[in-house]
Design a protein around this ligand. Structure first.
Ligand code: MF3
Ligand code: CO
Ligand code: CO
Length: 317
């Protein structure tokens, strides 16, 4: 935790072999709580920001910057396509982490999570009742009937791509399949509710309606986030509507994630006090999540992290 930071020209601690300034320096600065004021999205999937509202205007990306984001997200999607075949019964979450890390480095890119605010691994693997930020482990083996969210984030030429999918391992119960389906539908309903100049609350309204229609709940303590040259920045993208967010307008050039976490039971969560990362449902029931990075344009939106061999919009599981 309290390790000394490397110098700008030292090798980065993440093992990339690159100089610190060309690797995790920017990410560490972005995530350093001392440079983040209360009320901004401050860490992980965005800590709750309600009650303190010192917001900065989100960045509007230029055409050149948009192209950089497209490229970063395209690689991240390719990584997801690469990972899919390994998410099977008997695999450990550690092995998934190792494969994602290897593929990222083989392509000359940088894992974004590793070392971010001290996070110890390259990916997040959240199994069953884990809502988000599950830490891969060689002791955790995937079994028939489990669900796992694999959350991947890569830095490509200084730009971040972020996405996740929930996988069903072998045969799962009807209730679990329903949870995964509804969560997947929530992601696309949220994304399709976005209009240039529209309120950010349009996203949360669409997601909450679908989740509640199926008697599931929406996690409130973690949220989508602006993304670009930083992992987490404004705007905060709640997955439910909030009066104080009604006037946040999604302008052309904004880039952010939509990443609903939907629970079978209570929306409330509990943070693991030992590892400081793993977020579980407060009642131990299951949770699912899907995530894409989205760009608002003058005329609509682009989903930047679409994959080729993964689930497609409208699919039935
Ligand atoms: N990828 C997650 C998100 O969607 C954040 C993970 S932060 C980490 O925002 F430090 F846990 F990796
Ligand atoms: Co995210
Ligand atoms: Co993510």
């Amino acid at each position: 935790m309290s390790e000394k930071k490397p110098g700008r020209n030292d090798r980065c601690y993440c093992g990339s072999g690159k100089k610190y300034k060309q690797c995790h320096l920017e990410a560490d600065r972005a995530g350093n709580p001392s440079t983040v004021s209360a009320g901004q999205v401050s860490e992980s999937s965005g800590l709750p920001t309600l009650g303190r509202s010192r917001r900065r205007d989100p960045l509007s990306l230029s055409p050149v910057e948009r192209e950089s984001m497209r490229k970063a997200c395209k690689f991240n999607a390719q990584l997801m396509d690469h990972m899919r075949e390994f998410v099977v019964p008997g695999v450990t979450t550690e092995e998934l982490d190792r494969r994602a890390d290897q593929y990222t480095r083989d392509h000359g890119h940088t894992p974004a999570c590793l070392g971010y605010l001290g996070y110890p691994k390259t990916i997040c693997t959240s199994v069953n009742e884990v809502v988000c930020h599950g830490i891969p482990s060689d002791k955790q083996v995937l079994r028939d009937g489990d669900i796992i969210n694999v959350d991947l984030t890569t830095i490509v030429d200084g730009w971040y791509g972020d996405q996740s999918e929930t996988f069903m391992i072998g045969e799962v119960s009807d209730k679990t399949r329903d949870l995964v389906q509804v969560t997947f539908d929530c992601l696309f309903l949220g994304i399709r509710a976005i209009t240039p100049g529209g309120s950010v609350n349009d996203i949360g309204r669409a997601i909450e309606r679908e989740a509640h229609r199926h008697k599931f709940s929406v996690v409130k303590e973690y949220q989508g986030h602006g993304i670009g040259r930083k992992f987490h920045q404004d705007p905060s993208v709640l997955h439910y509507p909030h009066p104080r967010h009604e006037d946040i307008r999604l302008q052309p050039g904004y880039c952010f994630t939509v990443e609903p976490m939907i629970n079978e039971g209570t929306w409330q969560t509990a943070l693991d006090r030992k590892d400081g990362w793993t977020v579980r449902t407060a009642d131990g029931m299951r949770s699912a999540q899907f995530e894409h990075t989205v760009l608002v344009t003058e005329t609509g939106i682009e989903i930047l992290t679409l994959t080729e061999n993964g689930p497609q919009e409208g699919d039935r599981f």
